[in-house]
Write a protein that binds this ligand. Structure first.
Ligand SMILES: [Zn+2]
Length: 310
C-alpha cells in the first residue's frame, strides 16, 4: 500500500518577529527551503529525503528501496519533475534502490524525470567485495550499469568539498576514503554532509557507525553543528555512531528514517536511545509516524553551541 503522507519541515526561520502561529493562521510565511522525509513503502528501514529551495530547485538524498521508486517519482512529478542534485550516501539497496529503479525506467523511457547530476562518493566494487557486503555490491553494480545507460552525470565528492546550489551551501564532512584508517564498513564510508542556507542547517549522517562517527568527532564543532540531524543508521543503537557525536551536533530536531514498528516493538531498545537524545536536548523527533506537514519556521529555538556538555 502506498502511504502518501509525508513530513514537511521548513528549515528556515521565517521573517523576524513572526512565529509558528502565523503559519497556523494561514499568514503568508516565507520559508527558504523545505525538507520532506518520505515514508518507506516497505516494512524495512530505508532512507528518502527531498529538499526544495524557495525557488523550487529540488534535491534528493538517497530515495529508499526499489519499491519506494513509484512513490518518490509521483512526489517529484508534482513538484516539477526535475532534480538538480541527487545525493547518494552509500550503495546499500535501502538507500540507492529507488534511484536504480528510476534510472532503469528512465533508460527504458518509462519515466520523464530530469536528473541533472548524481553526487556520491562510491567505493570500488573490489573494495566492497573485500568486505563481503553483497547488499552494497548489488546496489553499486546496478548503479554503475544504469547511470550511464540513463545518461546521468555522476559527480564524485570527497571530504571537504563544498557545493553551492540555489542559495544552499553543502559541506562534505565525510566521504569514502581508502586512506582513512578505519572505514571499517560500507556504512562507515558514507557520504556525510551538512546543508545550510546561512540561517539553519541540516546534517545527513547516512548509516555511519562507530568509526565514521569517530572521524566526524575530529572535525571542528562549527562544521558539525546543525539544527536538524538525520539519525544515523536508521536509529539502530546497536550499530550506530557514538552518541557523543549528537552532543557535538547539538541539534533541536531529529529525523528518523526508521520503520514505525521498531518503536512499537522497541527493537534494540530504540526507545531508550530516543529518550537519551531527548535528554541531550532534542526538542522533537520526526518519525514515519508523523504524517502531516510540520512547519518549524519561527518556532525553531535558537540552539546554543554547548559542545559535549549536553
Ligand atoms: Zn547502509
Amino acid at each position: 500500500m502506498i502511504r502518501s503522507k509525508i513530513i514537511v519541515i521548513a528549515l528556515i526561520a521565517v521573517l523576524a518577529g513572526t512565529n509558528v502561529s502565523a503559519a497556523a493562521q494561514g499568514t503568508q510565511v516565507r520559508t527558504r527551503a523545505t525538507l520532506w522525509q518520505l515514508h518507506g513503502q516497505t516494512a524495512d528501514q530505508g532512507m528518502s529525503y527531498v529538499l526544495a529551495t524557495a525557488a523550487g530547485t529540488l534535491l534528493v538524498v538517497d530515495g529508499g528501496w526499489h519499491e519506494d521508486a513509484s512513490h518518490l517519482l509521483s512526489f517529484l512529478q508534482t513538484r516539477g519533475n526535475h532534480v538538480t542534485a541527487w545525493f547518494v550516501t552509500h550503495p546499500h539497496r535501502d538507500h540507492i534502490g529507488a534511484l536504480n529503479e528510476i534510472l532503469a525506467m528512465k533508460a527504458e523511457g518509462r519515466c520523464s524525470i530530469m536528473i541533472d547530476a548524481v553526487y556520491a562518493s562510491l567505493p570500488s566494487q573490489s573494495w566492497v567485495t573485500e568486505r563481503n557486503d553483497s547488499n552494497a555490491l548489488a546496489g553499486l553494480t546496478e548503479f554503475l550499469q544504469r547511470a550511464p545507460a540513463a545518461g546521468i552525470r555522476v559527480i564524485p565528492l570527497a571530504a571537504n568539498d563544498t557545493l553551492s546550489i540555489d542559495g544552499l551551501s553543502i559541506d562534505v564532512l565525510l566521504a569514502h576514503d581508502t586512506n582513512r584508517v578505519s572505514p571499517a564498513s560500507v556504512n562507515d564510508s558514507c557520504l556525510v554532509f551538512r546543508i545550510t542556507d546561512g540561517e539553519k542547517s541540516i546534517l545527513f549522517l547516512g548509516d555511519i557507525q562507530e568509526s565514521g562517527g569517530a572521524a566526524l568527532l575530529d572535525l571542528p564543532q562549527a562544521r558539525l553543528r546543525a539544527d536538524v540531524v538525520q539519525v544515523a543508521h536508521h536509529g539502530n543503537p546497536r550499530a550506530a555512531c557514538t552518541e557523543t557525536l549528537y552532543g557535538r551536533i547539538n541539534a533541536c530536531y531529529y529525523l528518523w528514517p526508521t520503520p514505525v514498528a521498531w518503536f512499537k516493538d522497541d527493537k534494540n531498545s530504540i526507545n531508550e536511545f530516543r529518550q537519551r537524545l531527548t535528554d541531550r536536548g532534542a526538542h522533537r523527533h520526526f518519525t514515519w509516524a508523523d504524517s502531516e506537514l510540520i512547519e518549524l519556521g519561527g518556532g525553531v529555538p535558537a540552539a546554543t553551541s554547548t559542545g559535549e556538555s549536553r
